[in-house]
Design a protein around this ligand. Structure first.
Ligand SMILES: [Zn+2]
Length: 203
């Protein structure tokens, strides 16, 4: 597995020499900071596919521990009011049986002593982001999330893979609309914005 510890965007953790990256420079994200400690690919990609499409929930728990112990994760959880997973659409949840991001969020909440809050709902079903070009991803997830309850303080949003960052942006906006004063994002893996590799099943 490769650590995402080379030059990268200080805002969204996208690997590359540009800081801010072109995406963050064009539109400042609604989250203050995203951390994704690993680069998507190789063994980690195989493990995530096994989790997402093979129903390997115990493997998701192991990956959650790996994420919990990774460099850069602890500061994002410091002083946070809640840990919130990106919810799966009902259709995908029925298909997969569980939400890997919710498993990661549960491990992070438990190991860092921050309350877990299933504070987001899917306002509508969306197409799979990995099947879309970058230009279509923002429209696909715009307004896709809604707050389920009132929030206070800093919320930590948890996802499995950060690719375009559009899902994290849309979910962050819903958390801010729900009353969070700040959103920070933690994901297990990062693909580069310009990386033509598609993350299978990436949100
Ligand atoms: Zn960025």
């Amino acid at each position: 597995m490769s650590a995402n510890d080379g030059p990268r965007c200080g805002r969204c953790d996208s690997p590359g020499l540009a800081d801010p990256c072109t995406s963050c420079a064009a539109t400042v994200p609604p989250f203050t900071r995203a951390v994704a400690p690993y680069l998507y690919g190789g063994t980690l990609a195989e493990a995530l596919v096994a989790v997402k499409f093979g129903g390997r929930e115990h493997l998701a728990t192991s990956l959650g521990r790996l994420l919990s112990d990774a460099a850069g994760v602890r500061p994002l959880l410091a002083g946070a009011a809640c840990v919130v997973p990106v919810p799966l659409g009902a259709r995908r949840r029925r298909h997969r049986g569980f939400n890997p991001s919710a498993v990661f969020a549960r491990v992070l909440a438990h190991e860092h002593g921050v309350p877990l809050a299933h504070a987001l709902a899917r306002a509508r079903e969306t197409a799979t982001q990995s099947e879309l070009g970058l230009a279509d991803r923002r429209a696909n997830v715009a307004g896709a999330f809604a707050p389920r309850r009132a929030l206070r303080g800093a919320a930590v949003l948890v996802d499995d893979i950060l690719t375009s960052g559009e899902t994290a942006r849309a979910a962050s906006e819903a958390l801010l609309a729900g009353g969070a004063t700040e959103v920070r994002v933690i994901a297990l893996a990062r693909t580069a914005l310009a990386d033509p590799r598609r993350a299978p099943g990436a949100p």
